[in-house]
Design a protein around this ligand. Sequence first.
Ligand SMILES: Cc1cc2nc3c(=O)[nH]c(=O)nc-3n(C[C@H](O)[C@H](O)[C@H](O)COP(=O)(O)OP(=O)(O)OC[C@H]3O[C@@H](n4cnc5c(N)ncnc54)[C@H](O)[C@@H]3O)c2cc1C
Length: 306
Amino acid sequence: MRVTVVGAGIVGLACALRLSEAGHRVSVVAAARGSATTSSVAAALWYPYRAHPERAVTRWAALGYAALAGLVEGPAGVRMRTGTELLREVSPDPWWRDAVPTLDRVPAAELPEGYADGWTLTVPVVDTGVHLAWLEETLAARGVRVAGQRVGSLDELSGDVVVDCAGLGARELAGDRSVQAVRGQVVVVEQVGLTRWLLDQSDPLTYVVPRLQTIVLGGSADEGDEDRDVRPVTAEAVRARAVALVPALAGARVLAHQVGLRPARPAVRVERVDAGARPVVHCYGHGGAGVTLAYGCAEDVVTLVG
Ligand SMILES: Cc1cc2nc3c(=O)[nH]c(=O)nc-3n(C[C@H](O)[C@H](O)[C@H](O)COP(=O)(O)OP(=O)(O)OC[C@H]3O[C@@H](n4cnc5c(N)ncnc54)[C@H](O)[C@@H]3O)c2cc1C
């Protein structure tokens, strides 16, 4: 079948790759590519953050884990990294526990001051700049073209089936008012030899994610806030919290400040609709977990395209 994918973020490109591998003739149209996408801003730690519902997300996250883990040896910008989530209260296992092979409690004596619990696990970390470029190159080698074009309506697209991976853009394209931006701001600093990640989801959200050449410090999560400008006050607070957790970051040179709008939705939408000019398979609303879920959702998209 001829399949047109809208969107060149991690979700659109992962779907395009799996559809091409399944034998379809695929083309991609996208208003933004590479560093202009939200996907490029992602930290990007494998972690099911702000994505629902729990059961489906756990399944997609497990599939995503396996897919990303399978890419570590190659040039796709993926590494397995061990790290720790710190918790302010003693907590049961996370709802997504079944998506990871192992999850070990941090002994109380090893917790930093102010924390009551924590777990250590090894997960994929994706250098999104490298990975998005790798996906586009891999698609090009398979004959899949990515065209830079803003789409006004899904009906104007050609092909036997359209796959809608427009992220926040699905609000307009699919007329879906339940899609909401959750603004995130990060500080990118130079690598100082860090390999372990750290996450503290208590308010305010704090994380330190080592990529290959850089380290991403976060974060923030402001619902309904669509301001794409960097806020210096937020940047300084993010950096200070990261340094408090990892003192080795104190002298790290700041390389960039970035803002992204997470495409949040009460439930990730992976659904086929046969009502219009041609079938549309929607795949959007991945919130703070698009990198975690993209390859898992792409498997369902291939099934739904048929
Ligand atoms: C600060 C921050 C940190 C994050 N950290 C993580 C993390 O550690 N782990 C993780 O898994 N996730 C993380 N995320 C979430 C992740 O970035 C998103 O869930 C993911 O990028 C969504 O991917 P997407 O492909 O759906 O959207 P996008 O990357 O936004 O791509 C959407 C695509 O659709 C195109 N499009 C939209 N409308 C139209 C239109 N009308 N016509 C043509 N093209 C259109 C866009 O141009 C773009 O190409 C983070 C996000 C932020 C902001």
